[in-house]
Design a protein. Structure first.
Length: 219
C-alpha cells in the first residue's frame, strides 16, 4: 500500500513516540489512525474536538495538526504520567486543554450536541458511558473509535464486546456509520441532521359562489 508514503505527520510526533517507547506504552494510536483524525479535524474549522484517552499525546498531536487556529481540543486522561508527555511537548498550544479526570464523569457534565468531533480512545465513551458520548456529538459531527480489529493486548472475551458495540452503533438511527479495516480497525459515525418539520399545509381560499335561481332565470 502507498498510504504511509503520503501521510504528513505532526511536527512533534517523533518526540512523543520516543518518550512513548521509553515508557513502554503500547496502546498509542498508529499513524494511519492519526492521519484519519487529521483529515476529519481539518473538516471542522472552528470546531470543538474531544479526545477521551490522551495517552502520551500521539492522537492529540494528529488532531491538532488538522485543526485550524480557531478550533479547540479537550483531551481527557486518568494517567498523569502518560499525559505529562503530551503536556510537556504540546502544552504550549493554546487550542489544547488537557484534563486529568475520569472520562465518564467528564461526559456526564457536557451539554448535549456540544462537540464537532469525539475520538473515544478509552473504555469510557466506547464500552462504558457510550450513550453519554454519543449525546454530545453535534449534527454533522463525528464519533470515532479505533482498535476494533483483534489486538495482541486484548483480554479474554474482548472480541465479543467489540461485536456487540458495533452492532449497537450500526442500529442507532441518529448516526450514519462506516466501519473500516484501516489501521487497528476504525469506525467513523456521523450524526445525521434531525428531520425537518413538515411545512404547514397551504391554505387555499375557496370561494363559494351561490347563484340563486332568480339570477339563473335572468340569463
Amino acid at each position: 500500500m502507498f498510504d504511509r508514503s503520503f501521510i504528513s505527520p505532526p511536527e512533534h510526533l517523533h518526540l512523543i513516540k520516543a518518550r512513548t517507547e521509553e515508557l513502554k506504552f503500547n496502546m498509542a494510536s498508529e499513524d494511519r489512525t492519526g492521519a484519519l483524525l487529521q483529515v476529519l479535524a481539518a473538516s471542522k474549522p472552528g470546531g470543538k474536538m474531544l479526545e477521551l484517552g490522551t495517552g502520551t499525546g500521539i492522537g492529540t498531536s494528529w488532531l491538532l495538526s488538522g485543526m485550524d487556529e480557531t478550533a479547540t481540543l479537550v483531551s481527557v486522561e486518568t494517567d498523569a504520567i502518560l499525559q505529562d508527555v503530551a503536556c510537556k511537548i504540546l502544552g504550549r498550544d493554546k487550542r489544547l486543554r488537557l484534563l486529568i479526570q475520569d472520562a465518564a464523569a467528564f461526559l456526564r457534565k457536557q451539554p448535549q450536541q456540544s462537540f464537532d468531533l469525539v475520538f473515544a480512545d478509552a473504555m469510557p465513551g466506547k464500552f462504558e458511558s457510550l450513550d453519554d458520548a454519543l449525546a454530545i456529538v453535534k449534527p454533522g459531527g463525528f464519533y470515532i473509535i479505533d482498535d476494533l480489529l483483534p489486538q495482541a493486548n486484548w483480554p479474554a472475551g474482548h472480541g465479543s464486546k467489540v461485536d456487540k458495540l458495533l452492532h449497537r452503533l450500526s442500529a442507532d438511527p441518529r448516526f450514519a456509520m462506516l466501519p473500516m479495516t484501516w489501521a487497528s480497525g476504525i469506525a467513523v459515525l456521523t450524526r445525521l441532521a434531525p428531520p425537518s418539520e413538515p411545512l404547514p399545509k397551504r391554505k387555499h381560499l375557496i370561494r363559494s359562489v351561490t347563484i340563486s335561481k332568480e339570477a339563473e332565470r335572468t340569463k
